[in-house]
Design a protein. Structure first.
Length: 311
């Protein structure tokens, strides 16, 4: 019974938001989408920081958040900042990780996560990258601990395989075990979503139950698996058998996902990763994202209702 009481918290424990790019028009973009009711935002810097100054960007972003009213009365926050390059092969990307770890808390009290790819040794098997992973992320983990920041690795395979990695080794539980053994820091965790596991034909719910304590941030992205095509043409026959979808249009039950998160004590954000849905794209992109927002809020329990006073 005590575990079930974890589900009776205000909805600030799990915010529903979306991902925005760290471009020059970010403040304008935020002012346009905040009124839809997004409660949090992950800011992604793509694969490199370049000449962007995260400190100046933090000032612009915080001003946009403060000046734009939300439609649901929940002041939006920045939940994470992300970098999706290959720090195991590119020294500048590792330095960009340092810069973002140092700047993370400037984006607000709720911004405690720097997310991204681990990187890889391109074309090499996943285990071959572990010594380099330890070399790069041991000092980054210490830096994150000192800054009160957590590092969350996304679980996308980027088209790579266990035997031949590409851009990211953190796409399978066997790799996670090796990574967290190589760098046993509480600052290291996962940026998880069911989509990438489903595209690898993994049932995401048992995996989520097992790894929930190591999940620090979620991408709100789902998938649809075309089982008839898979059964008749296989996974290597050249036919596409899985499609990335906005939550609410895919195969996952996000009510179960959010329940598992709450039972596991998760506090953080589910930020919708758009621009992948084969149907709700182009002119329908924001239609799909706002539908996903409303769907995820229903899966979270709908509007928060305070308990009656016992006094």
């Amino acid at each position: 019974m005590a575990d079930l009481e974890l589900t009776a918290m205000p909805h600030e424990d799990i915010r529903i938001g979306t991902i925005v790019g760290a471009g020059p028009d970010i403040a304008s973009y935020l002012r346009q989408v905040i009124p839809h009711g997004f409660e949090s935002f992950e800011i992604t810097f793509g694969d490199k920081l370049g000449d962007r100054d995260p400190r100046k960007l933090a000032e612009q972003v915080k001003r946009a958040l403060d000046e734009t009213p939300s439609s649901n009365g929940t002041p939006p926050v920045i939940s994470a900042i992300g970098l999706y390059g290959n720090p195991l092969e590119h020294a500048q990307t590792a330095k960009d990780w340092e810069t973002l770890i140092d700047a993370c808390r400037l984006f607000g009290e709720a911004c405690t996560v720097v997310s991204g790819f681990t990187g890889c040794l391109s074309g090499k098997p996943v285990p071959d990258a572990m010594p380099r992973f330890k070399e790069v992320f041991t000092p980054l983990a210490t830096r994150a601990e000192d800054a009160g920041v957590r590092i969350a690795f996304e679980n996308c395979d980027m088209g790579g395989r266990w035997e031949c990695a590409y851009h990211n080794i953190a796409h399978a539980p066997a790799a996670w075990e090796m990574m967290f053994d190589a760098v046993p820091s509480p600052s290291l965790g996962l940026e998880w979503e069911p989509c990438h596991q489903m595209c690898s034909l993994v049932d995401p719910l048992p995996q989520l139950r097992q790894w929930v304590k190591k999940i620090y941030h979620l991408h709100g992205k789902d998938a649809t698996v075309d089982w008839p095509t898979l059964r008749t043409r296989g996974s290597k026959g050249g036919a596409r058998y899985a499609f990335h979808r906005h939550p609410g249009f895919g195969d996952s039950n996000w009510t179960d996902i959010i329940s598992i998160l709450r039972l596991g004590g998760f506090h953080g954000a589910i930020d919708i990763e758009g621009w992948h849905d084969p149907v709700y794209k182009g002119d329908l992109e924001m239609t799909g994202q706002v539908h996903a927002l409303h769907y995820l809020r229903r899966c979270r329990g709908g509007d928060f209702v305070p308990n009656p006073s016992q006094a």
